[in-house]
Design a protein around this ligand. Sequence first.
Ligand SMILES: [Zn+2]
Length: 67
Amino acid sequence: METENTADILECCKCHVTLESRRTDFVYLNYNFHVDVPRCPKCGQVYLPKALVEGKMADVEMLLEEK
Ligand SMILES: [Zn+2]
């Protein structure tokens, strides 16, 4: 795990409330994985860090190749 400073998007641009980190499940290539995603507690808008999701998908693809 990298410990980068990810204090970028921590406020909803509409509601101006602090985003909550919420565990969200994904299914990709029949694999389940979960990512902690910043989510607005007020309007429910989820901010998906694209790089994070793509990184997870790359992990899954590596798992598949190992089989
Ligand atoms: Zn909001």
